[in-house]
Ligand binder design. Structure first.
Ligand code: AMP
Length: 278
């Protein structure tokens, strides 16, 4: 394996400084591990952005501050060996795998707030989630000092929150949003898909089918009924929103997006689709 495994802030700082002295770009992909082909697509994009001489760093950190009480922090899938092998194969130069203490030296004391954009949709179902996301991404950016950072469109609202955080903090990093990778039946790849039973897994693609149906006929209430009829247990939201502000829309505008979060048993799945997407 060519990849370096970096566990301490000192090692990371040395690598970052070396790269900056050489004038090479740093391209960063934060993850929580349990890597799948969706993550790998971000790594490949990062490699292309960095060029042969730039440094591609991926982080693996299951961030406690973005999980609410009773959520899946302790059972979130973890498989460091397999993850590092996947990163290596995707051409990543360094895997940054910090401890919780390295990221939060005095506990999660000084937190950022994601503000209003972090309180609706995902934020309404998961209070405090986006404050934790904004906090950890800001902290990781401060340590990695990336020129470019890549995120998945799968977590649509998360990207909006990070964009806002970068603007508010006056950071220079360029943010790239990469397309959602899907299984052949349309289910968006997610580390949480591993929680699904065989029966749930066979129902799960209905989530994407529902997005396609809303894109084509705009009938959100019918789509909710169809999801429940297919076997979903609860819908947190299914909505048409402005693709920038995430404000709800009554009629589709050019950058409108359909966003959904729904439960299959104990597993919460999210997905989204642009009204203009193919
Ligand atoms: P996570 O490990 O779930 O925090 O995700 C790490 C990064 O991978 C985030 O930027 C996600 O949006 C992105 N990601 C997750 N699933 C997918 C997918 N199916 N396709 C593309 N990117 C994804």
């Amino acid at each position: 394996m060519k990849i370096s495994l970096i566990e301490t802030i000192n090692e990371l700082k040395n690598l970052v400084e070396k790269c900056q002295r050489g004038g090479f770009p740093i391209v960063f992909v934060p993850t929580m591990g349990a890597l799948h082909a969706g993550h790998v697509s971000l790594m490949q994009r990062a490699r292309a952005e960095a060029g042969p001489d730039g440094l591609v760093i991926a982080s693996i950190f299951v961030n406690p501050t973005q999980f609410g009480a009773g959520e899946d922090f302790s059972r979130y899938p973890r498989d460091l060996q397999a993850d590092v092998a996947k990163l290596d194969a995707a051409g990543v130069d360094a895997a940054f795998v910090p401890t919780v203490e390295a990221i939060y030296p005095s506990g999660p004391a000084t937190n950022l707030s994601a503000g209003a954009i972090g309180t609706r949709w995902e934020g309404e179902s998961r209070p405090g989630h986006f404050d934790g996301v904004a906090t950890v991404v800001a902290r990781l950016f401060e340590l990695v000092e990336p020129d470019v950072a890549i995120f998945g469109e799968k977590d649509f609202q998360q990207f909006a929150v990070i964009q806002q955080m970068v603007a508010d903090q006056g950071l220079k990093v360029k943010l790239i949003k990469a397309p959602t990778m899907r299984e052949v039946d349309g289910l968006a790849m997610s580390s949480r898909n591993a929680y699904l039973s065989e029966a749930e897994r066979s129902i799960a693609p209905k989530l994407y089918e529902t997005l396609l149906a809303v894109r084509d006929d705009g009938r959100i209430e019918d789509a909710k009924q169809a999801l429940l009829a297919a076997g979903f247990d609860k819908i947190d939201y299914l909505a048409l929103v402005d693709g920038t502000t995430l404000e709800p829309l009554q009629t589709p505008a050019s950058n409108a997006r359909i966003i959904v979060a729904a439960w299959l048993g104990n597993t919460r799945l999210i997905d989204n689709l642009g009204m203009a997407d193919e």
